[in-house]
Design a protein around this ligand. Structure first.
Ligand code: SF4
Ligand code: SF4
Length: 324
């Protein structure tokens, strides 16, 4: 199953909840961004420049929003969420407030020790999504944290060894195309999952890592390798086949389907503001949410955008029941 917290019988209440949310046109996935502060210094994101003074303005509970949306998937994100010392309390309160949800935590992983993972898992987290774009020091340099990749790999193995679910969030960039399959195989050997996204410059205008036109053939070959890997072994790569198949089309600029962000997924920032997606401006307080119309935007092809557009095919069901 997607998370070690779930058993096959969970598919029944989850399917029921999914149908209810779709019928009521409510988001299936809600991102709770608990802080914009971050102690990494990625060149493709400006969150780490957030003033420490903003800490005082961060929400001390997401329970009301959780009850109002009652989503099927809750993603705890940042900034770096582990900078919040009260993260276990935030997670635990939401865990008690709503039923039949899958809660994941996105982190850069530098502070995700086995002990912290255990306390967050016990509070309600059902998957640790750790950013990892390279297996070596290139990842440390990209994030500005010495020793990061080695720490992530060691901790992921230890956390997985205790029966908790870990997935690497890996962004496909211009300079890691040859890294993707080795990373997937390393994850497979550790029984850790991988979720892939495509690099975007929408966060802060950094075009340095955009996939180039002359890399199209290599990207197509990589997609074939990933799909072939999935056919052999489901569970390691959590992207749908559809998402992977569409990557070359997105890169060629042929994706004309409107983005469903704000409709199927929605983002609540640390101060209670609501956005259709993390990279769009705030539209007001979350209590004023009245749905978003699909939008013609092609600024990103992150997994959350792509999966919202993916049709419900048999292979998605197989992905749901497979384990890393
Ligand atoms: S991408 Fe993530 S880890 Fe990097 S600065 Fe932004 S919030 Fe921090
Ligand atoms: S494509 Fe969708 S998710 Fe991506 S930036 Fe545009 S509106 Fe946001």
């Amino acid at each position: 199953m997607l998370s070690a917290k779930f058993a096959p019988w969970h598919l029944i209440p989850f399917s029921w909840k999914y149908a209810k949310l779709r019928l009521r046109r409510r988001p299936v996935l809600v991102h709770f961004e608990v802080t914009m502060r971050c102690n990494a210094s990625c060149g493709f994101c400006d969150y780490w420049k957030t003033s420490p003074e903003m800490k005082a303005k961060e929400l001390d509970s997401f329970v009301d929003a959780a009850k109002a949306f009652d989503p099927m998937v809750v993603t705890w994100t940042g900034g770096e969420p582990l900078l919040r010392r009260d993260l276990e309390e935030l997670v635990g309160a939401v865990d008690r407030a709503i039923r039949f949800k899958w809660m994941t935590l996105i982190t850069h992983g530098a502070m995700l020790s086995r002990e912290r993972a255990r306390s967050l898992w016990d509070a309600g987290i059902g998957q640790f999504s750790v950013s990892l774009d390279y297996l070596d020091e290139r990842h440390d340099r990209a994030r500005g944290i010495p020793g990061l990749a080695a720490r992530i790999l060691a901790n992921a193995e230890a956390i997985r060894g205790e029966g908790m679910t870990v997935r690497f969030n890996t962004v496909i960039k211009d300079d890691n195309l040859e890294e993707i399959m080795p990373l997937v195989r390393a994850a497979e050997s550790m029984r850790v999952g991988v979720n892939l996204s495509v690099y975007t410059d929408f966060k802060n205008g950094n075009t340095q890592h955009l996939l180039r036109d002359d890399q199209t053939e290599r990207v197509q070959a990589l997609v074939r390798e990933l799909l072939e890997f999935k056919r052999r072994r489901r569970g390691t790569i959590s992207n749908s086949d559809h998402y992977l198949e569409q990557i070359p089309r997105y890169l060629r600029g042929e994706m004309t389907e409107p983005c469903q962000s704000g409709k199927d997924t929605v983002h609540i920032d640390p101060y209670g503001g609501i956005r259709r997606c993390p990279d769009f401006p705030v539209d007001g307080h979350w209590t004023a949410y009245d749905g978003y119309a699909p939008i013609k935007c092609d600024k990103c092809y992150y997994a959350c955008r792509g999966e919202a557009q993916a049709p419900l095919r048999t292979d998605r069901f197989l992905d749901l029941v497979a384990s890393p």
